[in-house]
Write a protein of this length. Structure first.
Length: 272
């Protein structure tokens, strides 16, 4: 499976990183960080559809992005129109880098999520050090105990967590753990096929069973991820009334991200 390969490659990368900066040193760096995180939750909880604009160079399913501008220009464009920014830091399959996130942090006041395959506390500490406000945790690669440990660690460091699921079993696990921000990935990470109806199906499961709010009464945020390219794609996922839409390829390859975001929000409003 593609997901297994990505995780195994990440383990190799992580061991190399730890040889350069030890676990203890990375932890201390994170604990010494004085920068206050920007709330990813609040950005997504605002009225209307929030858009998370992604910066990535490549994906296993799409290949190289047809990007006509550099990182600085793309982020300058994003700053005007998106609610938050997602940055791929996975090196081998997405051509990502922690250096990209560091550069984005210098040029944006939007909350930034580190999008990677995270399974070790080291990666959470590192996310804090490089300037992330949120991390992605993928239910498919973590057992419940590890997930809860990494989730609690991120919040202890002042970051938010986008908790990603792909099916009903993973959804049930995350609801039992009372996560605050639930992301549904329409892409099956085992074979990278897209099924846009996954968003509506899982949203209905959550809401029909009374899980729209967390145990403390706060609203649970619902994010749809991956696969939205056309107007009809957006109309499909809009049936679930998500709080936020994470857009990667379409925004990365757009000549005018501002126009595209405005267009997407217009389609979403028409679909309500």
């Amino acid at each position: 499976m593609i997901l297994d390969t990505i995780v195994e490659d990440k383990k190799v990368r992580l061991e190399a990183a730890k040889r350069l900066v030890s676990d203890e040193k990375m932890k201390n760096k994170a604990l010494e960080c004085e920068r206050k995180s920007i709330s990813f939750y609040d950005a997504l909880a605002a009225d209307g559809l929030s858009v998370i604009g992604e910066f990535k160079k490549k994906s296993p399913s799409h290949g190289e992005m047809a990007v006509k501008v550099d990182l600085t220009e793309r982020i300058r464009q994003y700053n005007k129109v998106v609610s938050a920014i997602s940055c791929l830091t996975e090196e081998d399959h997405f051509n990502g880098s922690v250096d990209y996130l560091k550069e984005i942090r210098k040029t944006s006041e939007r909350p930034i999520i580190r999008k990677d395959f995270i399974f070790d506390p080291y990666q959470v500490y590192e996310a804090k050090v490089i300037g992330a406000d949120c991390i992605l945790l993928i239910a498919a690669i973590l057992d419940d105990d590890t997930f809860k440990h990494l989730y609690d660690l991120a919040y202890a460091l002042g970051m938010d967590v986008l908790c990603e699921v792909h099916d009903e079993e993973e959804l049930d696990r995350m609801l039992a753990l009372d996560v605050k921000i639930l992301g549904v990935n329409n892409r099956n990470l085992k074979d990278f096929t897209i099924h846009l109806d996954t968003t509506e199906r899982l949203a209905n499961c959550m809401r029909n069973n009374g899980f729209s709010n967390c145990k403390d009464g706060s609203r649970r945020l619902f994010v749809t991820e991956s696969g939205v390219i056309t107007d009809d794609d957006l109309r499909c996922v809009s049936k679930a009334h998500p709080d936020a839409l994470l857009i990667g390829t379409a925004l990365m390859e757009s000549d005018n991200p501002g126009e595209l975001v405005a267009h997407l929000k217009g389609i979403y409003d028409e679909s309500k």
